[in-house]
Design a protein around this ligand. Structure first.
Ligand SMILES: Cc1ncc(COP(=O)(O)O)c(C=O)c1O
Length: 365
């Protein structure tokens, strides 16, 4: 079959929103008509639905994925003097959440096949000060959970599921595996609002109480009594109402992403370097990453043909200037650093067509 030339956006949110626009408009109108902007039933209902979706007892909405990870760590009592291990090739937010608590981020390099946390490197990074481990389900690919658990022993594991809404490991949803998980509802995520937002899932009731109080200025069960110094950290009710409309579509959208990813793989396997998928997992392909010798050159070439790519993330966190004073200067993650340098994120979204994939692949091969 010949490929019909067309422009390929990196992501097309208009195509996602258009078929459900009337429902979203009605949900927004309902919030506005009731001036129900902060907390309330609409937020609680979304939290319940999201917990059910993730197959976890509880979900709590907060103002970002970063805040979710931060408050999870705070609820676990992590602070100055503690170490928290994560990976170098993640969004800086994973590391910021650790730094906000006063703890020290430590990096375990990733596996060169999966590009995800390497259990052997994790084992080498653990010290008596390690108080938590944050593997990242990067690109919507689930980490090799059982192997990480085997290495972690009693050390609690927090999932960074900010790119993995709906993904599964051995049948279990992202967000249901660890002590807790942080999700982002940033607009471009597989489940995204119309602004910033985030949430966490957990089975830990004490953590839920801690986060519900801390997202709301430390207010406890009694109005205007503040048991702790907290934050303006709630998920907006307007965002919760929009997310509640989108959530029932998430599995369909994720299945469509899997179909697009399969078509990319069929065309590119053996010719372009892509991450291996961990056995027994069902990824949700938030990002479709490849390795390129000259990433910026490739992106420019594709842009000239109206094909738009991204980079997630071109600089490893351990090399970020902002983090320099927070990490051990001897930190070295050669695999993660090199993967970051050469990464290109190809367009992927549920409404993408096979022809669009072919347009991209024809330019790559
Ligand atoms: C892996 C990862 N962790 C954390 C975050 C932080 O989420 P947010 O932008 O909602 O704070 C993101 C969002 O981009 C992410 O991709």
């Amino acid at each position: 079959m010949t490929t019909a030339k067309c422009s390929v956006p990196y992501l097309d949110l208009k195509a996602q929103i258009s078929p459900i626009r009337a429902e979203i408009d009605a949900a927004i109108a309902d919030v506005v008509d009731n001036t129900a902007f902060i907390l309330g039933d609409r937020l609680a209902n979304f939290e319940k639905s999201f917990a059910e979706y993730c197959e976890t007892p509880f979900a709590v909405g907060v103002d970002s994925g970063t805040q979710a990870l931060h408050l999870i760590l705070r609820a676990m009592g992590i602070g100055p003097g503690d170490e928290v291990i994560t990976v170098p090739n993640t969004f800086i937010a994973t590391v910021e959440a650790i730094i906000y608590t006063g703890a020290t981020p430590v990096f375990a390099d990733v596996n060169s096949d999966t590009w995800l946390m390497d259990p052997d490197k994790l084992a080498a990074a653990i010290t008596p000060a390690t108080k938590a481990i944050i593997p990242v389900h990067l690109f919507g690919h689930m980490v090799p959970w059982d192997e990480i658990v085997a290495v972690a022993g009693d050390i609690p594991i927090v999932e960074d599921a900010c790119q993995a809404h709906g993904a599964r490991y051995k049948g279990r949803r992202a967000g249901s595996l660890g002590r807790a998980a942080g999700f982002s509802f940033y607009p471009g995520k597989n489940l995204g609002g119309f602004g910033d937002g985030g949430g966490l899932t957990t089975a830990d009731e004490a953590m839920v109480e801690f986060v519900m109080s801390h997202r709301h200025h430390g207010q406890g069960k009694i109005k205007n009594m503040h048991d702790a110094v907290g934050y303006t950290g709630r998920l907006d009710t307007l965002q919760a109402a929009i997310l509640a409309v989108k959530l029932p579509h998430l599995d369909t959208w994720n299945a469509a992403r899997r179909d697009i990813a399969a078509h990319y793989r069929a065309r590119l396997e053996g010719k372009i370097r892509m991450p291996a998928i961990v056995a027994d997992t069902e990824p949700v392909h938030h990002i479709f990453p490849i390795q390129a010798a000259d990433p910026e050159g490739l992106i420019a070439k594709l842009r000239d043909e109206q094909v738009y790519c991204g980079r997630h993330y071109p600089v490893a966190c351990n090399l970020q200037p902002a983090l320099k004073s927070h990490i051990d200067p001897k930190t070295s993650c050669p695999i993660g650093e090199s993967l970051c340098e050469n990464i290109v994120s190809l367009p992927i979204f549920a409404e993408m067509t096979h022809n669009m994939v072919d347009v991209v692949c024809d330019l790559l091969l």
